[in-house]
Write a protein that binds this ligand. Structure first.
Ligand code: FES
Length: 136
């Protein structure tokens, strides 16, 4: 599901977003948990709520990022920049995901700066992926 597009959930028109947060709605709170809705779904909704004042950030739901044992999981991707995968996220990290999206959106090199990055986006980073046209 895409929670942005021409109209954000608050009904305002948005420009083409530079950054997308993908939240895995299928992640469980703990391995084997049968809780429904799943913790990932709660994180998705918390992130949508946290982004209410940030119409330039797109939030998308995804089912499984192949990071299940280290979930809840989310990705922050800049269209012309780097992509970051995070795990072990908690509901209270929803606002941190928005902060990370703002940091990468405004960086000059497409990387998420370390300075100002919320602790959970430092400690719980699983991987970062270069842009498609990256050349070392
Ligand atoms: S179910 Fe969330 S990463 Fe697999």
């Amino acid at each position: 599901m895409d929670f942005s597009g021409p109209e954000h959930e608050n009904g305002t028109a948005t420009a083409k977003p530079a950054v997308t947060i993908f939240v895995c709605a299928s992640c469980r709170a703990t391995e084997g948990s049968t809780e429904e809705p799943r913790q990932g779904t709660h994180l998705l909704h918390a992130t949508i709520k946290a982004a209410a004042q940030q119409p330039e950030v797109t939030i998308k739901s995804v089912n499984c990022l192949s990071n299940c044992k280290r979930g809840p999981s989310a990705v922050i991707a800049r269209q012309d920049g780097w992509t970051y995968i995070f795990g072990h996220l908690a509901l209270e990290n929803a606002g941190d995901l928005i902060t990370g999206a703002e940091l990468i959106a405004t960086s000059s090199d497409g990387l998420m700066p370390w300075k100002g990055r919320p602790d959970c986006l430092k400690r719980n980073m699983i991987a970062r992926i270069p842009p498609f046209d990256f050349n070392a």
